[in-house]
Write a protein that binds this ligand. Sequence first.
Ligand code: GLN
Length: 306
Amino acid sequence: MGVSLEEMVAACRPYTRQGQLPGYIPALKQGDPSRLGACLLSCDGRLSQAGDWDVSFSIQSIVKPILLLQALLDNGVDTVRSHVGVEATGKPFDAINYTDQVLDSQHLNPMVNMGAIAVCSLIRGGSYQERFRRLLDLTRLLAGEESRIQVNEDVYRSEKANGSKNRALAYLLKTYGIIRDDVEDVLDCYFHACAISTDCGGLARIGCVLANQGRRPGSGEALVPPEYARFVNAILTTCGMYDGSGDFAVRVGVPAKSGVGGGIMAVAPGRMGIGIFSPALDPKGNSLAGTRLLELLSRELDLSIF
Ligand code: GLN
């Protein structure tokens, strides 16, 4: 790199002032908006990190690709595709598709809330606690370090107490028979999933498994089948940044997933996984300074897949 990672973080830190903390989950409103950190992990195991890379945050929507991986592992591609679609929505992450007369599962996208809530019901397990436990275990397996992946109970309780929009989405899914189980049980699994917490290192490690055809960086141990990693990367490319995915593809050009906790997990196929954290968001709910930093990194390291 001509410019160091530390210098790029410093160059992007002023942008943290242009974003907003999300107000609809009170626990996230208390974050420090000036934070910005990054961690890069190459497929052969080289690590670089800078800024606030070691601060823990809730991964929020970044759990959606992990939920999808768990659903694929439990059911295979055909069953998953019969329950949720893969077309980009071009709509905000919590949109209600009110122009449809009926809710068609092929109009659900697993990278936005309604589709992800539906995916929770595809995870195997006797109870929704067990399903969440299995998701947490998979997250820990992908990150490679159990201690790096925890559940932030404050964030979980805060969203559960204030999640009326997600409740509305889940009841619509129930009304149209897309989920059959108790709505509160499904939502409890979803809210717990969104409250999984890690640092930039955890996101870089998970992203690197996706970049490395489902194998652990460095050792090459197979963690998920390569075709599932490819499936997830494809959907991240078209929908990972919600209705900002097209702009992100032009500016950065790699599969990525953002969360309202300020994280972004980016996947540079065959090269590296990247974890970014900066909690002040742009109007679409993507980390504002984090996206700027990825843009610089992509240019500096020639990461775009296009
Ligand atoms: N927990 C958040 C929600 O459901 C996740 C959304 C996000 O990260 N964009 O609203």
